[in-house]
Ligand binder design. Sequence first.
Ligand code: PLP
Length: 398
Amino acid sequence: MFWKATERSKRVSYAIRDIVVEATKLEKQGRKILYLNIGDPLKYDFRTPKHLWEAVFKNKKKSESYAPSEGIAEAREAIANDFKKKGMQVDSEQIMLGNGCSELIWFAMSCIANACDNILIPRPSYPVYPAALNYFDIGAKFYDLDEENAWQPDIESIRKNIDERTKAIVVINPNNPTGANYSKKTLKEIINIAAEHNLIIFSDEIYDMLLLDETEKHYCMGSLAKDVPVLVTNGLSKNFLATGFRMGWIAPNEFLLENSDIMDAIFRVGRARLCAVHPFQYAIKPALEGSKDHLVEAIKKLRERRDYAMQRFEEIDGLSCVKPNAAFYAFPNIELPIEDDKEFALSLLKEKGVCVVHGSGFGQEPETKHFRIVLLPPIEVLEEAFNKIEEFIKERFS
Ligand SMILES: Cc1ncc(COP(=O)(O)O)c(C=O)c1O
């Protein structure tokens, strides 16, 4: 007898970590691997701000038990105040904490759409979205991000892909994997389309404080969309360099609350998983209300690393890259005669020990080829990686 895993589970994949399986095999054989695949600042020279850890330890006794399913009150109040500062009104009682935004993305997708419905997600996309939709058997429809227009969402592509079963549109802003921060004009166009077609907007804003250029401004979707239902997710992982804390949250705008029972459904699903990890919930209030000095240093490092990477992309024949102005990713275009960017990424890994994620792992416009590289490592590491990428391309293609 062979006990087969379900079809449902086979529909789930996560390219960012799947490639690590190959990298680990090589590492076991004694090869040195430069990991440029995972968007985790803590794997490089970034540290979680001290005052977040202090708050966790200070509240140790209180947090040995389960927490309320929706999260502790002081954290939810701090989050509500933070949204108010960004221009979105939300009552703290309507906010839910999760084990990272990831958990809340799964909850929300399952509460927004039935199996016969579909949700529009960007292409390229952060892989948790297609994974969750596939798992729940919800249709994933893609709209393109336009490389020619600094990776802003292609508004025509959004329009073209909506049908009568489309329930929602996912907007990831700032974006993973492209590093784009969206303009107010683009966001307003998305809001208008959502209004026309009665779509919910699910706005993933987990990188909203990581803007790499002073000219950039981030607009919270909930501050712009007043007559369209919106859910916004955010968390400690990226802005507060605390991926290991697993703290994320989700909040509805007033229009969603007044016109839908989806937030109640998210709370209901949340109760069935008991609660988010309790001790780290105490870091949320000090994070949102305390010093943000860590951002000054983090952004300085990221800007230098981004600028270095951009210089190397210009020098290497066969690669071009739109300059990322937020988050910590670059998504270069491979302008070389290759069949498949997965094969490119795997060969780069096997031959040179550089681990990047193939563009097809994020979904992308057919016929285009990319890879995603993180801008998190110190310049010496990036330099070694870029030297190896350059060697690899020269050996193969010149
Ligand atoms: C766009 C986006 N959303 C959500 C997440 C997951 O965040 P969390 O650590 O809060 O689960 C990530 C992580 O890389 C991400 O890039």
